[in-house]
Design a binder for this molecule. Structure first.
Ligand code: NAP
Length: 209
């Protein structure tokens, strides 16, 4: 599958691009700056320039699958969270529908299914919630992943992926990337949403039976 990675230059996005490159899939890394291109080209990963704040339609030419891993980050104001995490994601879903994309994996956030319970993170979780909801109501074959706190530790390939993990937890970014890529071709994950933290289940066995 030719897979567009939106937010490819991010900390999770780079892991996603590399994991796809090592798999049977073909990554296309969407980046917003030419300075970001060499890191991908050095690894033989194709890139396409695109900014979620402008027209990025061309990035979808010939694309079969999308992994959305972009986000405005914690250092921008609520306006950017709405523009990127919510509207950028919604525009990506619309373009995926328009271009007949067959699989869409959304990197969301733990608690995006219950934003009203976290007033301190309200704008962020509501933005994620709106984007997730839009995806659920779309025509796309989707999976939504809501990880707990992201760390930069080495990946273990062992995870806990369940419809709800109320106690929360953390997970290395490398493992989140592996999960996002793995689920592209797991039928039991289609049209479903999951919480994700580190765990004891071997990734290759998750949702396999
Ligand atoms: P990150 O390193 O900040 O990556 C976000 C990516 O989004 C960056 O590559 C950034 O591009 C890109 N982006 C921002 N605005 C864009 C725009 N206008 N057009 C195109 N791309 C744009 O974040 P991360 O650590 O990989 O995490 C990914 C996402 O996981 C977060 O955004 C968040 O939504 C979600 N999440 C985070 C946590 C956590 O604990 N931090 C927990 C659960 C979920 P540049 O490289 O050009 O800046």
């Amino acid at each position: 599958m030719k897979v567009l990675v939106i937010g490819a230059n991010g900390k999770v996005g780079r892991h996603v691009a590399r994991t796809l490159q090592e798999s049977d899939h073909e990554p296309v890394a969407m980046v917003r700056d030419t300075d970001q291109v060499p890191w991908f080209e050095e690894q033989g990963i194709k890139t396409v320039l695109g900014n979620l704040e402008s027209n990025f339609e061309e990035a979808f030419y010939g694309i079969d699958g999308v992994i959305f891993a972009a986000g405005s980050g914690p250092h921008t104001g609520p306006d950017k969270t709405i523009i990127i995490d919510q509207e950028g994601a919604i525009k990506s879903i619309e373009l995926a529908e328009q271009f007949g994309v067959s699989r869409f994996i959304m990197l969301s956030s733990m608690n995006a299914d219950k934003p009203e319970q976290y007033p301190a993170m309200k704008h962020y979780l509501f933005a994620k919630h709106r984007a997730d909801d839009y995806l659920r109501k779309s025509r796309l074959n989707y999976t939504i992943i809501r990880p707990g706190g992201l760390t930069n530790e080495e990946g273990t390939g062992k995870v806990r992926l369940e419809e709800s993990i109320p106690e929360g937890g953390t997970i290395p970014r490398a493992d989140v990337a592996k999960v996002l890529v793995y689920l592209l071709s797991v039928p039991r994950a289609e049209f479903k949403s999951f919480d994700l933290i580190r765990g004891t289940d071997e990734l290759g066995e998750v949702l396999a039976y």
